[in-house]
Design a binder for this molecule. Sequence first.
Ligand code: HEC
Length: 254
Amino acid sequence: MKKIIVSVALLTATLSFAGEQFAMSDADRAMYTEMLENNPAEIYVEEGGEFLEEIGGEAALAKFLDVSEDDLPKYIAGFPRYVEKLGMVIGTDQVLQALMASQDKKPYKLKSKDMFAMSSYVKSLANDEKVAIDVNANDHMKAAYKLGKEVYETKRGGRGLACLSCHSADIVGSVLRTQPLPDLGKAGAGATWPAYRMTKSSLRTLQRRFQGCMKNALLAVLPIGSKEMVALEVYVTDLAKKADQTIAIPGLKR
Ligand code: HEC
C-alpha cells in the first residue's frame, strides 16, 4: 500500500499543471492540419476493403453476423458485442478471424497490418453512426463491462498505476511530459480508433493503442484479443457513447 502511495506521488510530481503547454511543435501542428484533410491511413483502410472483398465482402460479413446488409453499419456501431454463434463478447477483428476460418482460410493474426487494415475498413462502414455499444444488452456484456472497468481502475506494474491514474476526470487536462492527459470519452477514443498514429507513422487499432499506454506506464502488456483487452475496449467504447461520439474512421492521432 505504501509503495502505491509513493508511486502516485511520483507521478503527480512529473505532472505539470501549468496549463498552456503544447503537445505539438508548430511544424507538427501544420502537418497535423494537413493530414486532417488527407489522412495517410485512408489508403490502408481502402486496402482493408479489398481484403474483405476476398472473403466475400460486406454481403458475406452480414450473412455471417445474421444481419441484413442494410443493417450492417448500425450493427458494426455496436461492437464490441456478444455474438451468439461465437459464444463471446468480441471485437470486429476476431469476428473477421472467425469468418476467415469458416471459409478454411488462414485467419490474419490479430496484431498483423492486414488485420488492422481489414478491421479498420469494417469499422469505417459505421462512419457517421453514433457509438451504439449496449453494455446492458445481456449478462455477457454486463460481465465484460464490469471486467473492463476493473482492468481500467486496477493499479498494477512497477509504478502502481491504473489507466484511471492518468485518465480520470480530476487529472485529465494536466500535462505529463508535455503530453496533455486526454479524457477518453471526450477524445472519442472508442469512436476514432483505428487511427493513423503520427508518432508511429502507422494505422493502429484501439487495443494496440492500449498496449502503448501499458508499455509507457510499465503495466504488463495484455495481449490483443484477450478477454481483458476486449473488456477494456468495451469500457472505453462506452465512455465514447456516454460522450455522444460519432464514429469517424480512420482517426488521426498524435
Ligand atoms: C502514466 C499516465 C498514463 C497511464 C497510466 C495510461 N495512459 Fe493512456 N494516455 C496517456 C497520455 C499522456 C496520452 C496521450 C498521448 C499522446 O497524445 O500521444 C494517452 C492516450 C491514450 C489513448 C488515446 C486517446 C485518444 O486520443 O484517442 C488511449 C485510448 C489510452 N491512453 C488508453 C489508456 C488505457 C486503456 C490505459 C490503461 C491500460 C492507459 N491509457 C494508461 C497517459 C497514460
